[in-house]
Design a protein around this ligand. Structure first.
Ligand code: SAH
Length: 250
């Protein structure tokens, strides 16, 4: 038997949001590696003969845990197994897929990547939030609250611009930093913000606020991970901002 790595996008949780290809591959695996964000009913698709291994990853020491996962993966591929690595959402969106693919390349294992519904789009669909809108939102951007270097935030104020909807992953702990960075660059405090917590699960919740109350409302409402933050800056909000400034100057 030849070694194979299948990186499978499992979507936001519910098994019926898996692709047909994803559910087939899960059924074919010898070893299934999964983490905290993968729901139990997805695991039920694996053969009773397959080994299922929890490989952790909550918040915090992601570096060490990723090293452990890499190690397990290497060992299994060396043994010629078919490893199915389950990833929440889509493997190519904040999924650390590059490291796991590099291991398979190094070991000359076959690689297959199966796309999944990424959390932002699952959350958007569930809550009827359009991420593009013909007259108001021309661009859709995904970013993260958490970068590899904790002292270097992504350049959020260059992303949140008139006509853009931005989805923030891993951003709950950074609400205050995001709010202040954007307001310092003149993004209007009244634009709407939405947290979507636990999208696709029975405990899904939407917390709507506005930019100038983002951190306060997140704290008051106890927003917690996993959650996506949407900041939509419609063109008309920017036009309104401009005419208010002009009226003030006149
Ligand atoms: N590859 C995943 C993202 C993994 S990073 C994807 O494409 O969706 C982990 C982050 O994804 C979390 O911090 C959160 O921002 C988001 N996330 C994952 N599952 C979620 C869910 N069910 N509801 C809301 N956000 C979720």
């Amino acid at each position: 038997m030849s070694a194979k790595l299948s990186l499978i996008g499992c979507g936001p949780g519910a098994a019926d949001l898996l692709t047909i290809r994803a559910s087939r591959r899960i059924g074919e695996a010898d070893l299934v590696l999964f983490d905290r964000l993968v729901e139990p009913d997805v695991l039920e698709l694996a053969s009773p003969l397959a080994e299922k291994r929890y490989v952790g990853k909550g918040c915090g020491d992601g570096g060490r845990q990723q090293a452990d996962i890499n190690c397990i993966l290497k060992e299994a591929l060396r043994d010629g197994r078919h490893v199915v690595r389950l990833k929440s959402g889509d493997p190519m969106v904040f999924g650390r897929a590059a490291e796991e693919v590099a291991i398979a390349v190094e070991l000359e294992a076959e690689i297959e990547i199966v796309p999944g519904v990424t959390a932002a789009l699952a959350a958007a669909a569930e809550n009827a939030i359009t991420v593009t809108e013909r007259m108001e939102l021309q661009s859709f951007v995904v970013t993260t609250g958490k970068s590899a270097d904790p002292n270097k935030d992504p350049d959020w104020s260059n992303l949140v611009k008139p006509g853009v909807c931005v989805a923030f992953y891993m951003s709950v702990a950074q609400a205050w930093r995001i709010q202040t960075a954007l307001m310092a660059k003149g993004v209007p405090g009244h634009i709407a913000t939405d947290w979507i917590e636990n999208s696709g699960r029975p405990n899904a919740r939407r917390v709507t606020s506005r930019l100038d109350r983002l951190a306060l409302d997140a704290r008051k409402q106890g927003v917690s991970n996993p959650a996506i933050l949407f900041i939509r800056y419609p063109l008309s909000a920017a036009a309104g901002q401009l005419s208010a400034q002009q009226a003030e100057q006149a």
